[in-house]
Design a protein around this ligand. Structure first.
Ligand SMILES: NC(=O)C1=CN([C@@H]2O[C@H](COP(=O)(O)OP(=O)(O)OC[C@H]3O[C@@H](n4cnc5c(N)ncnc54)[C@H](OP(=O)(O)O)[C@@H]3O)[C@@H](O)[C@H]2O)[C@@H](O)CC1
Ligand SMILES: Nc1ncnc2c1ncn2[C@@H]1O[C@H](COP(=O)(O)OP(=O)(O)O)[C@@H](O)[C@H]1O
Ligand SMILES: [Mg+2]
Length: 274
């Protein structure tokens, strides 16, 4: 397994003068039921700060005022308004589904709807409850090689059937090959399994063990996929930078708040700009 290094951040290039919002991608984030609105808000804060050109959040309407108050850069769509959802999804480059989605019938219907809408040139990131729902269901991935799962170890156990204690490189790689999707297996030493190779993140700290850190990573991955052409390079860079920033924050903070990682993204991306 290849250890990630600062080298993976070389994809963060100086932006061309001749550019506009669309140059840096359109991302649609789907999640945040009434109970877990914070999850999709953290994904949105991460995605915007990661540099996504346009970020739209498809979520329960109860979250709209709070999201506008916290992150006016993100646009909101009521996930019950199918006509508006159709048009927003049609122009997306990257779709993220799962943070705070929940696991009830409505959540399942939303996952099925996204599967119906995904086009072959769109990337789909599946996180949180959407992993659990997919694992329980019997739907097929529309475009496996256009899909990135971001499970923690229990979500991976549900998806792969491999118990946490048996999640070895060999077993994980075998299951990734079956799925053909890219897998970001999150833990205290996160690993990335893909058709282009296997990578390990050497960074991270226990201050990250708090709700929202994974929602935040999903937002950074989505924002990087919207900007940078290679899926695995963008995913590796997102995983590495997410932990790098958390490690900087951990010098002076006992717990690393996920939103502080997001707020520090523009500063560190400028530092690493090539
Ligand atoms: N502010 C918000 O709105 C937030 C909303 N959130 C949203 O909540 C939704 C559910 O996501 P989830 O991860 O919290 O719950 P679930 O998938 O049931 O897994 C937990 C179970 O698995 C077990 N477990 C064993 N190993 C584990 C491991 N390595 N990592 C993690 N768990 C591990 C664990 O065992 P235990 O800790 O009890 O020993 C427990 O029994 C999802 O949509 C997410 O986006 C959260 O992001 C938080 C902030
Ligand atoms: N002890 C730890 N050391 C390093 N990273 C950790 C540690 N504990 C959790 N993390 C990181 O925090 C995130 C947890 O993801 P997840 O459980 O999905 O969080 P969320 O509550 O946002 O859903 C992952 O990126 C994981 O790598
Ligand atoms: Mg999670």
């Amino acid at each position: 397994m290849q250890r990630l290094s600062k080298q993976c951040l070389s994809i963060i290039q100086t932006r061309p003068q001749n550019s506009h919002k669309g140059t840096f991608g359109r991302t649609v984030l789907v999640g945040g039921n009434a109970q877990f609105g914070g999850a999709i808000m953290m994904s949105a804060e991460a995605c915007v700060n990661a540099g996504s050109g346009l970020t739209t959040v498809m979520t329960d309407p109860s979250n709209h005022p709070a999201l506008h108050a916290r992150m006016p850069e993100a646009m909101t769509v009521d996930w019950n308004d199918k006509e508006l959802c159709d048009s927003v999804l049609d122009s997306a480059d990257v779709i993220l589904i799962g943070p705070g989605l929940g696991e009830d019938k409505k959540s399942q219907d939303l996952l099925s709807y996204i599967f119906q809408k995904q086009k072959e040139d769109q990337l789909l990131v599946i996180d949180g409850s959407a992993i659990t729902l997919f694992a329980k269901g019997n739907e097929q991935l529309p475009y496996p090689t256009q899909t990135i799962f971001t499970p923690h170890q229990m979500e991976w156990q549900r998806l792969s059937g491999v118990k946490i204690a048996d999640q070895t490189e060999e077993n994980n790689q075998k299951e990734q090959k079956k799925l053909q999707a890219t897998i970001v297996l999150k833990s205290h030493h996160t690993e990335i399994y893909s058709n282009q190779g296997r990578f390990q993140n050497p960074l991270g700290n226990p201050g990250m063990a708090t709700g929202g850190t994974g929602d935040t990573l999903a937002g950074i991955i989505s924002g990087f996929l919207a900007q940078f052409p290679d899926t695995v390079d963008a995913t590796n860079a997102a995983v590495y930078l997410h932990s790098y920033i958390a490690d900087q924050l951990a010098h002076d903070n006992y717990v690393v708040l996920p939103t502080k990682i997001s707020q520090a993204l523009p500063y560190w991306m400028k530092k690493f700009e090539h």
